[in-house]
Write a protein that binds this ligand. Sequence first.
Ligand SMILES: Cc1cc2nc3c(=O)[nH]c(=O)nc-3n(C[C@H](O)[C@H](O)[C@H](O)COP(=O)(O)O)c2cc1C
Length: 170
Amino acid sequence: MTSEPVLVAYGSTRGGTAEMAEWIGESLRAAGVDAEVRNAREVRSLDGYGAVVLGGALYTGRWHRHARRFARRFARQMRTRPVWLFASGPLDDSLTSGGPEKVPGVKAVERAARRVNAREYTIFGGRLQADAHGFPAAAMAKTMAGDFRDPQHVREWASGLAAELIAGPR
Ligand SMILES: Cc1cc2nc3c(=O)[nH]c(=O)nc-3n(C[C@H](O)[C@H](O)[C@H](O)COP(=O)(O)O)c2cc1C
């Protein structure tokens, strides 16, 4: 296993995805893997990181711009490290009843996964708070507010990554 920390980077507008990144960081550390959680916008280099988890919210069929930019900017370095991607989006239970294929924005995450040679990408439920500000979020919140994130599921996913890292190179 690499002794260098895992970077957990996120693109988040309203804090829901940022909190998921913290859950992932906690879960990795609980499994004995060093991890640092950072806003993707603030990362200047991947030097010193042994692996990367990159997450972003889905907005209007696109992956969060800070996650997209991160994947473009660091594509070359990401391809030489174990990388996992995640997105947070659906404001309903569609993911538990069906697969992620129909989630608006999943194609963008799939493209990024190919670009950076990610081991896996996954889509988690999202969160929209009832008091969300901004257009069109405030209007959407009138009918779609809710928290469809599942902390246990996210933590279990992260434990799986830790197990892969501890097992060593593929
Ligand atoms: C304006 C707007 C557009 C959205 N578009 C999508 C979308 O295309 N696909 C999706 O799955 N979720 C969509 N969502 C749900 C968000 O992805 C979800 O609220 C997410 O958890 C927000 O993350 P954040 O709190 O980190 O910004 C949208 C939400 C808003 C407010």
